[in-house]
Design a protein around this ligand. Structure first.
Ligand SMILES: [Zn+2]
Length: 131
C-alpha cells in the first residue's frame, strides 16, 4: 500500500490533480447520474452524459498540459464557479436578495426593515424596496 501511494505520488508529478473546475464537474456528473436513478425511462441520457463528464474531469486532473488546464479553471471560476458558490452561500435568513432594476446588479438588504431606499452599488440608481 505504501508502495502504491509512492507510485501514485510519482505519477502525479507535473499534473494538476482535482482543481475547482474538475471537482465541480464530478459533483455535477453525480447529480446527473442520480437524476437517472430517480427519473427512470429517459434512455439513460443523464447517466451517459454524467459518465462522459467524469471521464473529462479525470482527464483534466491527470493532464500534463498545466497552462491549458489553468486557463480552463480560471475561466470556470470567473464566469460560473464563483457565482454558483456565492449563490449557495447566500444568508437567506437575515437578508433579502434582489436585483437593481436598472443594471441588474445583484444586491441584498437586511430583512424586516420595511420599505427602504436602496442605492445600487454599481450604477448608483436609487429605488425603494420592501424588505
Ligand atoms: Zn444598478
Amino acid at each position: 500500500m505504501k508502495k502504491f501511494a509512492y507510485k501514485f505520488a510519482q505519477f502525479m508529478i507535473g499534473r494538476r490533480g482535482f482543481d475547482q473546475f474538475s471537482r465541480d464537474l464530478s459533483i455535477f456528473a453525480l447529480i446527473l447520474i442520480l437524476a437517472d436513478v430517480i427519473l427512470p425511462g429517459k434512455a439513460d441520457i443523464f447517466s451517459t452524459l454524467g459518465m462522459l463528464i467524469i471521464v473529462y474531469s479525470y482527464f483534466r486532473a491527470f493532464s500534463k498540459n498545466l497552462a491549458k488546464r489553468q486557463a480552463e479553471n480560471d475561466w470556470y471560476c470567473t464566469f460560473i464557479g464563483n457565482k454558483i458558490r456565492a449563490y449557495l452561500k447566500r444568508d437567506r435568513k437575515n437578508f433579502t436578495y434582489f436585483k437593481c432594476p436598472q443594471c441588474k446588479q445583484s444586491l441584498r438588504a437586511p430583512k424586516g426593515r420595511g420599505k427602504i431606499r436602496v442605492t445600487c452599488s454599481r450604477c448608483h440608481n436609487v429605488f425603494e424596496k420592501k424588505v
